[in-house]
Write a protein that binds this ligand. Structure first.
Ligand SMILES: Nc1ncnc2c1ncn2[C@@H]1O[C@H](COP(=O)(O)OP(=O)(O)OP(=O)(O)O)[C@@H](O)[C@H]1O
Ligand SMILES: CCCCCCCCCCCCC/C=C/[C@@H](O)[C@H](CO)NC(=O)CCCCC
Ligand SMILES: [Ca+2]
Length: 549
């Protein structure tokens, strides 16, 4: 391993003891000097040494007198201030339970001003070398998403952290549905920003996605209506501050729905590529989907829940029960182009996690500028002979482009789907008894395999099509209903596309590999979350309290 060059090394004072503090290019570390070392009373080893990766430092600043006065009230502290009158504070990421991050602080006291300023300057120089960090963000807040707390969440929990990290923001509180999407498509000067942040739920994310993807295609002269068009990846990353009802895109890319954690992932400049499904009806573009395209059950739940928006997040529970009781099924034909053999399968128990090897493998297919490598262009890959066709009566047809994990279903609709593999998991639930369907639904909430039923099948696919069954075509004149879904005499369901109802039932879907990037890193493995130490006093790292909660 390459030996790290020490940039700074000093004996400073922290809390009630002297510490040796060392900074190199990747780590800030400190430990008590021999004479002040006390054994740790907790479970960490007796040598208390602490380290923070430079890439997880949020900010470093000179500690103002007011902060010091507030923190130092005791006799010891007063003495410290006399001997070490200058101080700097480092704010950094601390992992807590269940993928949550918090911003902690440690203050080091120095005997002379020049040394204190040198620490602030050199540490800041290292932070400025982290070029993946955003400097300027465009923020859209939906004040009516979820429990209507979006504005407060942003102002109280997120904005102070962005300020601390020196990130400039332009904030737009939306005044109507589609405000953010329209603004991104036509007005926003995107050259000014390193990313776009949405404060709201999956619907708000969808607006930002549509605005950004449409704008990028427009700027590059790509026609979204062409189902086979090679879409250009968006250069700006998207951040999600969860403040909606389901927030499944945030949950499935970060592991928790927590505004402070999401803000920290934005500040450290994380980048998670994500697939996007494009949905067409003939040669007309309908919408993009990143989470769930659901026909039958989820389409019905969504249509019903829209009538009760005023109920907030509870609307989904009510609609879920009603839809379950009505027990509808829909007839049609699903055709799909299976994924390549080397990308796993929906039941292989390989979860998509931070640095996922299956998604990395696929990265080679698109270079930084979105050019497609020869591998993906091989002729014959889309041969009609590769397509499979299934006809049946379905309670639900779900295409999950990612796990769709959310608090309602922590492992998600398709627990082993991948965020950036270029495929979606197509789940077909055939007509079955109410009890069987209930068992299937229940398994979304426990450890049992929801695909282990004779009436459920699941395929990993690159593309799929759906044609509803239309036994008798009736003429428009015979229809008393407005001609939205004309021509069919058998009952038709509707598609929910990330929470929006699609205007067509016959659709063609194609997964666009890694079309966008989020300020996230995927869900971290459990070990990465563990603290170095879980002891109480005198282990000061563990005793540090988060600054923002
Ligand atoms: N100012 C606004 N007034 C009315 N509707 C808005 C406004 N801003 C955004 N919207 C719309 O509100 C819809 C729902 O918002 P959002 O996704 O933030 O919350 P949600 O529906 O409660 O959560 P989820 O999508 O996770 O279920 C979005 O589709 C968006 O188009
Ligand atoms: C007996 C108990 C049964 C419980 C079954 C729970 C199964 C839950 C799976 C949830 C999958 C959510 C996928 C996310 C879809 C979002 O794009 C969309 C917009 O926010 N939300 C919904 O459609 C909201 C969907 C709400 C579904 C109830
Ligand atoms: Ca995928």
């Amino acid at each position: 391993m390459e030996k790290q060059v020490t940039l700074l090394s000093s004996q400073l004072f922290q809390k009630h003891r002297q510490v040796e503090v060392v900074l190199n290019r990747s780590v800030l570390a400190w430990k008590p000097v021999e004479k002040s070392r006390k054994p740790c009373s907790g479970t960490c080893d007796s040598v208390q040494s602490y380290s923070v990766e430079v890439c997880e430092i949020v900010a470093v600043r000179k500690t103002e007198d007011d902060d010091q006065d507030a923190a130092q009230t005791g006799k010891h502290q007063k003495k410290t201030k006399q001997l070490y009158p200058y101080a700097f504070t480092v704010s950094y990421v601390r992992r807590t339970r269940q993928h949550q991050w918090r911003c902690s602080e440690v203050t080091f006291h120095c005997a002379n001003q020049a040394l204190c300023e040198e620490w602030v300057q050199v540490t800041n120089e290292q932070l400025s070398l982290l070029t993946n960090r955003p400097k300027s963000l465009l923020v859209y807040i939906n004040p009516f998403g979820g429990k209507r707390h979006g504005k407060r969440i942003y102002e109280q929990k997120v904005a102070p952290m962005f300020r601390l990290a020196g990130i400039a923001t332009t904030v737009i509180v939306t005044e109507r549905a589609n405000h953010a999407e329209d603004h991104l498509k036509t007005e926003a000067n995107l050259d000014k920003y390193d990313g776009v942040v949405c404060v709201g739920g999956d619907g708000m994310f969808s607006e930002v996605l549509h605005g950004l993807v449409a704008r990028t295609q427009n700027d590059h002269g790509v026609d979204q209506n062409q189902p086979d068009a090679e879409l250009v990846p968006c250069s700006l990353r998207i951040g999600i501050i969860p403040a909606g009802s389901t927030d499944c895109i945030c949950f499935a890319t970060v592991g928790t729905n927590d505004p402070v954690t999401s803000a920290l992932h934005i500040i450290v400049g994380d980048s998670q590529p994500m697939d996007v499904c494009s949905v067409h009806h003939n040669d007309v573009f309908l919408r993009y989907s990143v989470s769930l395209l659901g026909y039958g059950f989820y389409g019905d739940v969504l249509s019903d829940s829209e009538r009760n928006r005023w109920l907030g997040p509870a609307r989904y529970d009510l609609a879920g029960v009603k839809t379950f009781l009505s027990h509808n099924y829909y007839e049609g034909t699903v055709s799909f182009l299976p994924a390549e053999d080397d990308v796993g399968n929906p039941r292989d128990k390989l979860q998509c996690r931070s640095g996922c090897s299956i998604c990395q493998h696929n990265r080679s297919s698109k270079d930084e500028h979105g050019d497609v490598s020869e591998e993906k262009e091989k002729p014959g890959k889309d041969d009609s002979s590769d397509w499979n066709e299934i006809h049946g009566k379905f309670i639900a047809i779900n295409a999950a482009n990612m796990s769709c994990a959310c608090p309602r279903s922590p492992k998600g609709l398709s627990p082993f789907a991948h965020l950036a593999d270029g495929n979606a998991d197509l789940i077909l639930v055939r007509n079955c008894s109410r009890l069987d369907f209930f068992k299937h639904l229940l398994r979304h909430t426990n450890k049992d395999d929801q695909f282990d039923h004779p009436f459920v099948e699941v395929h990993r696919v690159r593309k799929f099509r759906f044609e509803p069954e239309c036994h008798k075509l009736v003429s428009l004149e015979d229809l008393s209903e407005p001609p939205t879904k004309t021509g069919y005499s058998t009952p038709l369901g509707s598609w929910s596309c990330d929470g929006e109802i699609l205007p067509e039932v016959a659709i063609q879907v194609s997964v666009q590999c890694q079309l966008i990037r989020l300020f996230a890193r995927g869900i971290e493995e459990q070990q990465q979350q563990q603290q170095q130490c879980v002891s109480d006093d005198p282990c000061t790292l563990c005793a540090l309290e988060p600054t923002t909660d």
